[in-house]
Design a binder for this molecule. Structure first.
Ligand SMILES: C[S@@+](CC[C@H](N)C(=O)[O-])C[C@H]1O[C@@H](n2cnc3c(N)ncnc32)[C@H](O)[C@@H]1O
Length: 326
């Protein structure tokens, strides 16, 4: 039995395993193996049981982006105090509430990119504006080769710590490299299969240069996945207006003392985004509105059938856009 378990684990972790599509199969098969072990052993746990339980636990923790974030939130007590403080500040909304419904909403952002990575497990992905690194780490754990950039050294310090923490504690490799870089400063051309910008596009400026950079960085046939807040949603637009007024572009000095622009929540409609990207040779391949209610516990009941609400722009707080470079 030990050989069976060992073979199974090796097959899963060391081969060119397409994680996402096989996780469910893996979990079912592991459970069956455990039952067989118990039956054969008269319910005395063996080393195989422990190996399998351990494997199943790891699989659970990376079974979806929300599962990984849940695990990361639970683990924060083990982070050094400064890293923990920054992490908690960054995820303060989710620390308040990251229940079942909230996790479903969180996972909705990743439907398109995870579908894509499921078919191309070792794709080269660039995350622009990776923040504290959750998504880049997740993509790197499930097989993609990820470069993750951000212009905030403090957030990158959290991300880099988390990479070491994940690898040590889950004993899995996150194929993710974090860099303190502005998208406008990447010189490599046509080097990525996919670009991922989650709530980041509205921070990257000047917009014309940013879309040109996106087009340059993608390989021909490569995809850009953009997840954004929807300005047609009245509460989103009102909330942002109250928070930042009408000043949607700010400037700051980067580490070399150069003045740079920063989008102050300068959100964009889907048609505006599609037009900007079309101008640089990126065609719309797919588009989807999602999320009707804010991420508050009181909306749990109402949010149950959110997926089936009519796709009227002003009802949905977010959208996903996938563009393909011709
Ligand atoms: C809202 S956060 C993104 C969230 C991220 N997807 C996550 O879940 O953690 C947007 C990030 O974009 C970064 N950013 C803004 N302008 C950028 C630029 N020109 N190049 C790279 N990153 C940029 C910001 O520093 C910020 O951390």
């Amino acid at each position: 039995m030990h050989e069976v378990a060992e073979h199974f684990c090796n097959a899963a972790f060391e081969s060119d395993f397409n994680w996402i599509s096989k996780i469910a199969f893996f979990q079912r098969t592991s459970t069956m193996l455990i039952l067989v072990v118990h039956l054969m052993d008269n319910a005395t746990p063996t080393v195989d049981v422990y190996i399998l339980l351990d494997v199943m636990q790891k699989i659970d923790q990376v079974s979806s982006p929300a599962a990984f974030l849940t695990w990361s939130l639970d683990m924060r007590q083990h982070y050094p105090s400064e890293i923990r403080r920054k992490f908690e500040q960054y995820y303060k909304n989710y620390l308040g509430y990251f229940g079942h419904r909230s996790q479903i909403r969180y996972n909705r952002q990743f439907v398109e990119i995870l579908d894509y990575l499921g078919d191309r497990p070792s794709a080269r992905v660039l995350e622009v504006g990776c923040g504290c690194g959750s998504e880049s780490l997740y993509f790197g754990l499930v097989g993609a080769e990820v470069t993750a950039i951000d212009v905030s050294p403090k957030r990158l310090a959290v991300a880099a710590f988390r990479k070491k923490f994940v690898e040590k504690n889950l004993q899995l490799t996150a194929n993710t490299e974090f860099k303190n870089q502005n998208i406008l400063d990447i010189t490599k051309k046509e080097s990525f299969d996919a670009l991922w910008l989650e709530q980041a596009f509205h921070h990257c400026e000047p917009r014309g240069e940013v879309v040109a950079a996106i087009a340059q960085l993608l390989k021909p046939g490569g995809r850009v996945f953009i997840s954004e807040a929807n300005p047609w949603h009245p509460l989103i637009s009102l909330g942002l207006f109250l928070k930042r007024g009408t000043k949607t572009i700010k400037t700051y000095l980067d580490e070399d003392g150069n003045e740079r622009q920063y989008g102050n929540e300068r959100i964009i409609t889907k048609s505006g985004l599609a037009k900007n990207l079309a101008d640089v040779g990126i065609k719309e391949e797919h588009f989807r509105y999602f999320n009707v209610f804010p991420n508050w516990r009181i909306f749990d009941g109402l949010a149950q059938h959110e997926e089936s609400y009519p796709k009227i722009a002003c009802l949905h707080s977010h959208y996903n856009f996938v563009g393909i470079k011709s």
